[in-house]
Design a protein around this ligand. Structure first.
Ligand code: FES
Length: 140
């Protein structure tokens, strides 16, 4: 059931119909997304930024498994935000509890790009490897 929370409404999603690219910062990792290929990663909504990252081996914390029940997958969509699915109320509530919230904040597990533009996504320092490093968020 990874990526779907049966207790919340599903966001309206337009899946991409052509290839596009997502660049993750600060790792400077660019991934080409091919909508014809089935991703291996199962956490996050199908086609979400989280699923794209995990499928390429990029690590983004996602404590709840990508079901919009935490804020550890909080990211900043620097470019291409307008091509992502609109956040539902539950996502906005979760983002409110995240550190370092900005107007371009999204939950990586809930934001699904439609592929009409390339994306640049920043994974904030306070969200990377949090569990492994074992300390609380300190801002970016
Ligand atoms: S992983 Fe928990 S809300 Fe995205």
């Amino acid at each position: 059931m990874g990526g779907e929370n049966p207790y919340i409404a599903k966001p309206e999603i337009r899946q991409p119909t052509r290839k596009f690219r997502v660049t993750f910062q600060p790792m400077d990792l660019t991934i080409e997304v091919d909508p014809e290929k089935t991703p291996d990663a199962q956490d996050g909504l199908p086609g979400s930024i989280l699923q794209i990252a995990l499928d390429a081996g990029a690590e983004i914390d996602h404590a709840c498994g990508g079901v919009c029940a935490c804020s550890t997958c909080h990211c900043l969509v620097q470019t291409g935000l307008e091509t992502c699915s609109e956040p539902i109320e539950e996502e906005e509530d979760m983002i409110d509890s995240a550190a370092g919230v900005r107007p371009n904040s999204r939950l990586a597990c809930q934001a699904v790009p439609d592929g009409t533009a390339d994306l640049v996504v920043e994974i904030p320092g306070w969200n990377r490897n949090l569990a492994k490093e074992g300390h609380a968020p300190q801002g970016d």
